[in-house]
Design a protein around this ligand. Structure first.
Ligand code: FRU
Length: 492
């Protein structure tokens, strides 16, 4: 159902788009041309969010508004590798099924803008969202703002007051790679953080997160409060996509440091300003990156991440979003990540696997196979050194994507390893979706996103064990249905 205000805004957009050479129209035509190629690829994931076609990366401006989860994302309408950054847009009622909406933001070439980079959304005092993003051109990066013309957030108007922030806001402090605004409100004030570094990426240990406060209700004037966080880590040269938000009474800072995202839990002093970490963890040691956060109507905090797929550009698509994850704090003071429970609606009939011999030679699970499914596995290691599960194995015994737990408490998924800790019992939830899969271990203490290059007919699952005494207590599986991706409104 389209609201009245949306109807007029979309009519306005349509008439604007019909004008020959409109950049949004051109961009959407280019995407449409790739849609048949993308749809024909049997290895394209079917329930991980993906755009109609072509390249996507970071989730942007994630916001729950008037009953819809809105997801914007870095989007290259002109090909299946990174470039020409626009903001794609989709919305979902249930975090599972999606409606693709027209591209939200294109570079304003006439204003010297060549790309619209990542950013965030916030509800302004008038109760309507604003987008802030990093504007790229032949000049230093700037932070720009856009306002929706309609309640469905389809048509966005860039503020006449852009640039809202330039590097001049930092005074004498020189911040390089300054980008990726993320917004939050606290005690009635609106704040923004941006990533960057203070060494031109020349050496490690200079990654910083800058904090700003809006000084007017229209969010067009801001003051720089200072670096709220300095990453004194020699291995980190820069910080992208910082998220700073409250969760269960703690402040959480997530950073994307050009390697797996890290999180810090701690306290925030907005006056100094200073975020003081008390605990630190790897958010996901796998291949996802560039997080964003939204808060839904029931107060859940949802984590969004870009899932790299690394597939050839000729496929007409590249990348997905990792499954939306619900964040919480565990009683041990570390983060927990769980896939949104709404995903259960994709489940078909449950299947359980019969017991198989547990030896170092992989045993094929009987009754459970496929390339699109959810698995729940409970196991104990006993005296065994490791237990391994291989997804997408071939008939001839070629091993597919590996998930291994060792008696040192390490969890290895594909090429990534994370410390789960030694446990009497390990519980895994695995989501397999064609060439991507995700593993959630021990109630979301670890979450890993990964990919596989398995052959099309490689659908078997095997279990193997190094040593004696391991027990696979239970294996349950559900075939998963494809989610709906309705592109009918991608045509304006
Ligand atoms: C992270 C990132 C951001 C930037 C965007 C450009 O993946 O590099 O820092 O805004 O991608 O697409």
């Amino acid at each position: 159902m389209v609201s009245r205000r949306s109807f007029f805004a979309v009519a306005l957009l349509s008439s604007r788009l019909r004008a020959a050479g409109d950049p949004l129209q051109k961009a959407m035509e280019s995407v449409r041309a790739s849609m048949p190629t993308a749809a024909a690829d049997p290895e394209r994931p079917v329930y991980h969010f993906h755009p109609p076609a072509n390249w996507s990366n970071d989730p942007n401006g994630t916001i729950f508004y008037r009953g819809w989860h809105h997801l914007f994302y870095q989007f290259n309408p002109y090909g299946s590798s990174w470039g020409h950054m626009h903001w794609g847009h989709a919305r979902s009622r249930d975090l599972v099924n999606w409606e693709h909406l027209p591209i939200a933001l294109a570079p304003s070439v006439e204003k010297g803008e060549t790309a619209v980079f990542s950013g965030g959304a916030i509800l302004a005092l008038d109760g309507r969202p604003r987008i802030f993003y990093t504007s790229i051109g032949e000049r230093a990066p700037e932070q720009w703002m856009a306002t929706p013309a309609d309640e469905d957030l389809i048509v966005w108007t860039k503020s006449r007051q852009n640039p809202i922030l330039t590097t001049a806001v930092h005074g004498a402090l020189k911040v390089d790679d300054w980008r990726d605004p993320f917004l939050f409100t606290e005690s009635g004030a609106t704040y923004m953080v941006c990533g960057g570094n203070t060494s031109g990426r020349r050496w490690g240990g200079s990654g910083q997160v800058q904090l700003y406060r809006a000084t007017n209700d229209e969010l067009t004037h801001w003051t720089h409060l200072g670096p709220v966080f300095e990453c004194r880590d020699r291995e980190i040269v820069n910080i992208e996509c910082p998220d700073l938000f409250k969760l269960d009474g703690k402040w959480v800072l997530i950073i994307s440091p050009h390697k797996p995202c890290e999180y810090f839990l701690g306290s925030l002093d907005l006056a100094r300003p200073r975020f003081t970490p008390e605990a630190r963890g790897i958010l996901d040691a796998g291949m996802d990156y560039a997080s964003n956060i939204s808060r839904d109507q029931s107060g859940r905090t949802i984590l969004w991440m870009w899932g790299r797929t690394g597939n050839p550009a000729a496929k007409g698509w590249n990348s997905v979003m990792a499954l939306p994850r619900i964040l919480s704090l565990g009683s041990d003071g570390f983060l927990r990540q769980q896939p949104a429970p709404e995903l259960e609606k994709l489940r078909g009939a449950i299947v359980t696997a019969a017991a198989v011999p547990l030896t170092s030679t992989p045993s094929v699970l009987q009754g459970i196979r496929g390339d699109c499914m959810e698995l729940e596995i409970e196991l104990t290691l006993g005296r065994a050194a490791w237990v391994r599960l291989n997804l997408r194995c071939s008939e001839s015994g070629k091993a597919g994507a590996a998930i291994t737990i060792t008696n040192e408490g390490l969890l290895t998924v594909g090429k990534a390893t994370t410390l789960l800790g030694q446990n009497d019992r390990y519980r895994l939830r695995v989501f397999l979706d064609k060439r991507v899969f995700e593993v959630y271990a021990n109630g979301g203490l670890a979450a890993l996103y990964s990919t596989t290059d398995a052959g099309r007919d490689d659908l078997g699952i095997t279990v193997s064990v190094g040593g004696e005494g391991a027990e696979v207590v239970a294996v349950k599986g559900w075939p998963l249905k494809p989610a709906e991706f309705d592109a009918s409104r991608f045509h304006v």
